[in-house]
Design a protein around this ligand. Structure first.
Ligand SMILES: Nc1nc2c(ncn2[C@@H]2O[C@H](COP(=O)(O)OP(=O)(O)OP(=O)(O)O)[C@@H](O)[C@H]2O)c(=O)[nH]1
Ligand SMILES: [Mg+2]
Length: 314
């Protein structure tokens, strides 16, 4: 039996490992700027530039350095002081968006529509979420709504087998995704399933028909349950950095995105994008992907993330 404390330390180590490329850039950069130096205008400017390189965005970088200047301007500061002060400011930005995905157990099913650009990690995230829900004792069903790509159904079925959950799918390509989602919801309702996760095709921003398909799925499930989808989840790939902003805007025009998942935080130097997204959109960030494995999806904890980003120990 792994106790909770051990599990938590395990996940923090993983998060820190995942964010290493971002945090070591920031950590060594801050170390370079603040060695035996007062917090003056030059130091603040260098710091602001450094923060921008982690994809935090110009506005966030300016806000963070301004906050630091308010408290420490003209004083001697160590790198550790700066990292600690920034981590605390970043925590303040992140706290309001660090919200777990709460399943409405009375909905039967709580419908989660999963959207996102091609390759961001939608299908993988669905597999990981299915595992978490099963571990929480919930029954789960998946809908292979990516009827575009031949291998997509197979990929979801593998996740279904791995996590022991049924997958509603049709053979062959080019089927009607909204029709399949409707069928999945009918079946989940009949079986009293707790959670229905709907996979969708990788949306291309310039393909209006793909956006229409997403809107159609969103509309069609309402015929059976006016509250569905209960959660419209947008999956973003952290390695795309600032592009993620554009994706949020485009998808929001198609459906009312309720929450975000940020994937591939392992091995990117652009982990700061999460701070920029939080500040700009204020959408809940329910989970973080820190690897390809089934257990590599973790709840988002503001302070742990901010400290890991700043290369600080817990
Ligand atoms: N390193 C890492 N890889 C990930 C993560 N999440 C997903 N991946 C990988 O990213 C690739 C694409 O993931 P998919 O789940 O197929 O992405 P998708 O959004 O469903 O892609 P399409 O169906 O083509 O739109 C796969 O190789 C995954 O293993 C993550 O958090 N970290
Ligand atoms: Mg997919």
């Amino acid at each position: 039996m792994v106790d909770e404390g051990e599990k938590k330390r395990g996940w923090l180590a993983r998060l820190r490992g995942g964010l290493k490329r971002t945090s070591s850039n920031l950590g060594s950069g801050i170390g370079g700027i603040f060695s035996g130096r007062k917090l003056d205008d030059d130091a603040l400017e260098e710091l602001e530039e450094l923060l921008i390189t982690s994809d935090m965005g110009a506005a966030t970088a300016a806000e963070l350095t301004a906050a630091l200047a308010r408290e420490r301007f003209g004083k001697d500061v160590s790198a550790d002081d700066v990292q600690t002060a920034l981590a605390s400011e970043i925590t303040k930005i992140l706290l309001p968006v660090a919200q777990p995905l709460i399943i409405d157990r009375a909905a039967k099913p709580h419908v989660i529509l999963v959207a996102g650009v091609n390759g961001t990690g939608k299908t993988t995230t669905i597999g990981k979420l299915a595992k978490q829900f099963r571990d929480d004792g919930l029954s789960v069903m998946l809908v292979a709504g990516d009827t575009f790509r031949a291998a997509a159904v197979e990929q979801l079925k593998i996740w279904g087998e791995r996590t022991g959950v049924p997958v509603v799918a049709r053979d062959g390509q080019g089927g009607d995704a909204a029709g399949l989602a409707f069928e999945g919801l009918e079946r989940a309702r009949a079986e009293g399933t707790d959670v229905l996760l709907i996979d969708t095709a990788g949306r291309l921003q310039n393909k209006a028909h793909l956006m229409e398909e997403l809107t159609k799925i969103d509309r069609v499930v309402k015929k059976l349950d006016a509250d569905a989808p209960h959660t419209r989840l947008l999956v973003l790939d952290a390695t795309t950095g600032q592009n993620a902003h554009n994706q949020v805007e485009v998808f929001r025009e198609a459906v009312a995105i309720d929450a975000l998942v940020l994937t591939k935080l392992d091995g990117t130097a652009k982990g700061g994008v999460l701070v920029a997204l939080a500040r700009r959109f204020g959408l809940p960030v329910v989970s973080l992907g820190v690897g390809e494995g089934v257990d590599d999806l973790r709840p988002f904890e503001a302070e742990a993330f901010a400290r890991a980003l700043m290369a600080l120990d817990d």
